[in-house]
Write a protein that binds this ligand. Structure first.
Ligand code: CP
Ligand code: NVA
Length: 307
């Protein structure tokens, strides 16, 4: 059985084939109405549970639409409304759900919840974001980069801001897809060192640079994210904002990147905080392709899980 829990724990050849399948399926569907079924239906007759313990727009809608295009059906469940949110164990929830559904996607807080779900489920489990990682997002980001700028291997990706869950999955992807990654942010918000050490062992350059302009110099992709993630306490807001202000992505910072560099943000964005409007809506921004590609990347991930 194949779970999709993280990028660094998935075989690199499988990751590559997921991206290639996503691109081919997207191209084959071009111009089709969104409710038209795909040519092949790997989820025909299958039921997929989508569990959310945190809010979501993109993950929720793209998984729901994706399952339907692949011939399956979905049920969207809020963690708070389930017995899971009232003390039933994750292990029991996983065993029960496996009797009803063919696949589980879960967005949760602690990574341990995801891992326990995967351990006890007898159907594939997909990570729809935890406090620690967001692998589906980065699969969509790789697809988006390659559509615009060709193979990502050997390219330079620069992350500006908080070394959060999305940054962590980018570091995992650097090791698996063979690109260099520079983190530009304050030392208090560095990505976990274990992620950096593991990626470096795969032979890619992972750098930490406190000067944002130096970091962005020669970048092929500049990426940022909210300064306060869903699991971060609101009380940290002011302190984070003052630490992160030098890493805001604005036009001046983007001018240090390569001329054909693209800008990404997983969204939702706080326009005027981590990024200015003129970058979000500027010629280098690919944020809405990136959001669309959640759909195509996740369909390929689900297809891989049931293959
Ligand atoms: N990027 C992302 O995961 O968006 P949602 O929180 O809306 O799902
Ligand atoms: N880092 C953000 C990503 C949201 C998609 C969060 O965890 O809230």
């Amino acid at each position: 059985m194949k779970h999709f829990l993280d990028i660094h724990t998935t075989d690199a050849a499988d990751l590559r084939s997921i991206i290639d399948t996503a691109r081919a399926t997207k191209e084959a569907r071009a111009g089709q109405p969104k409710a038209v079924l795909d040519a092949n239906l790997p989820l025909d007759g299958k039921m997929v549970a989508l569990i959310f313990e945190k809010p979501s727009t993109r993950t929720r809608v793209s998984f729901d639409v994706g399952v339907r295009q692949m011939g399956g059906q979905t049920m969207v469940l809020s963690g708070a409304d389930m017995q899971l949110g009232h003390g039933e164990s994750i292990a029991d929830t996983a065993r029960v759900l496996s009797r009803y559904v063919d696949m589980i996607m879960i967005r949760t807080f602690e990574e341990s919840t995801l891992l326990e779900m995967a351990e006890y489920a007898s159907v594939p489990v997909i990570n729809g974001l935890t406090n620690r990682t967001h692998p589906c997002q980065i699969m969509a980001d790789i697809l988006t980069f390659e559509e615009h700028n060709g193979p990502i291997a050997g390219k330079k990706v620069v992350w500006c801001g908080d070394g959060n869950n999305v940054a962590a999955s980018f570091i995992h992807a650097a090791g698996q897809f063979g690109f260099d990654f520079t983190f530009a942010g304050p030392s208090d918000l560095d990505p976990e060192s274990v992620f950096i050490t593991e990626a470096r062992k795969k032979g890619v350059k992972i750098e930490i640079e406190r000067n944002a302009e130096k970091a962005v110099s020669g970048a092929d992709l500049v990426v940022t994210d909210t300064w306060l993630s869903m699991h971060d306490s609101q009380s940290a807001r002011e302190r984070r904002h003052s630490m992160l202000r030098p890493y805001r992505v604005d036009r001046k910072l983007m001018s240090h990147a390569n001329p054909d560099a693209v800008f990404m943000h997983c969204l939702p964005a706080h326009r005027g905080e981590e990024v200015t409007n003129n970058v979000m809506d500027g010629p280098q921004s690919v944020i809405f392709d990136e959001a669309e590609n959640r759909l195509h990347a996740q369909k390929a991930i689900m297809g891989w899980c049931v293959s």
